[in-house]
Design a protein around this ligand. Structure first.
Ligand code: SF4
Ligand SMILES: [Zn+2]
Length: 312
């Protein structure tokens, strides 16, 4: 088990960020809860680093050490929105927890709500333990629907405690039930190949169990994220045999299985997944297939390639 201090000691330098500028933003399309294709603006806010120090997390790289100055988030949203097209949905992702008052000052809520008026859905990230009355008050003031994305990661009883997320599957269920019963939508982030789960078949099985658990908690949308190295401690875990990067084939399999449940929307996170590939000949086509399946929410036949003979 690694504690906060050990995890932080192995980190590299953070990126230098300007608190008045959102460090990234993009426009994409995503299948919405009603089955329609929605235009989505995602703004990656520059804010104070998350107070949790999860073992697999590398989001701290693009965060501030100090509390986010009041007003800065509003400038960041303005900066991004003047450069983004119109959209139906907005994701405000802050590499931490939206309802952490040191990350997003509550004095900025009215300004944020005003700026989000044109959107029919607002999606933010939050830790299950930080889901309380503040979420409900924020939701009440919004013009559009609020959706909160929470990391469930895995429900494996030996692995989840080792992730240093300070959360149990029961905590997640309580938060999801609280939000859903108060009219807030929920999506879950689920890890493929978290640290301390290195067997391929076990990883496939536990993603499936975790997706089922999430849907049973009332989650409407699951996003499967391949766990990547790069935060320092993950490299150490790899050397020690406690972390095995997933393969593209495993991501394909868990995504197909989860879609097959037909219990809600499922997305495979295809951002930065080149590290999963062992073959340059088929990588792009396979990534395109996953993107198409994300968009259409249905199965498409696998891409065939000679590399499958080599790795069969
Ligand atoms: S709660 Fe989320 S942002 Fe915070 S350390 Fe864990 S994974 Fe990273
Ligand atoms: Zn190939």
């Amino acid at each position: 088990m690694h504690n906060n201090r050990e995890i932080e000691k192995l980190r590299s330098q953070k990126n230098f960020l300007n608190p008045d500028i959102s460090y990234h933003f993009l426009h994409e399309q995503e299948r919405g809860p009603g089955g329609d294709l929605q235009r989505v603006n995602t703004i990656f806010l520059t804010s104070k680093e998350c107070a949790f120090k999860c073992l697999m997390c590398d989001l701290w790289k693009n965060t501030l050490n100090e509390s986010t100055p009041p007003g800065a988030v509003l400038k960041q949203i303005d900066y991004a929105l003047t450069r983004l097209p119109e959209a139906d949905v907005i994701k405000l992702y802050n590499n931490g927890n939206f309802f952490d008052k040191k990350a997003i000052p509550t004095s900025d809520y009215p300004g944020i709500i005003e700026r989000l008026r044109p959107y029919n859905r607002v999606i933010v990230e939050n830790h299950p333990k930080l889901c309380d009355e503040t979420c409900l008050q924020f939701n009440d003031s919004l013009s559009g629907a609020l959706e909160i994305a929470m990391g469930l990661e895995t429900i494996h009883p030996d692995v989840l405690p080792k992730l240093n997320k300070q959360m149990t599957a029961g905590d997640f269920k309580r938060a999801a039930t609280f939000l859903r019963s108060n009219g807030i939508d929920v999506r879950a982030f689920i890890l493929l190949n978290p640290p301390y789960l290195t067997n391929k078949a076990e990883n496939i099985r536990w993603v499936h169990k975790t997706v089922q658990f999430a849907f049973n908690c009332g989650v409407q949308c699951c996003s499967i994220i391949p766990t990547r190295p790069g935060n320092g401690v993950m490299e150490l875990l790899y050397e020690q045999g406690h972390y095995m990067p997933p393969s593209l084939e495993t991501l394909e399999e868990v995504f197909e299985n989860a879609l097959g449940l037909k219990a809600g929307r499922v997305f495979a996170d295809v951002w930065d997944i080149a590290f999963l590939s062992r073959c340059p000949d088929c990588f792009e086509a396979r990534k395109n297939r996953l993107e198409l399946m994300n968009l259409e929410q249905k199965f498409y036949p696998r891409i065939t390639c000679n590399c499958q003979l080599n790795y069969a």
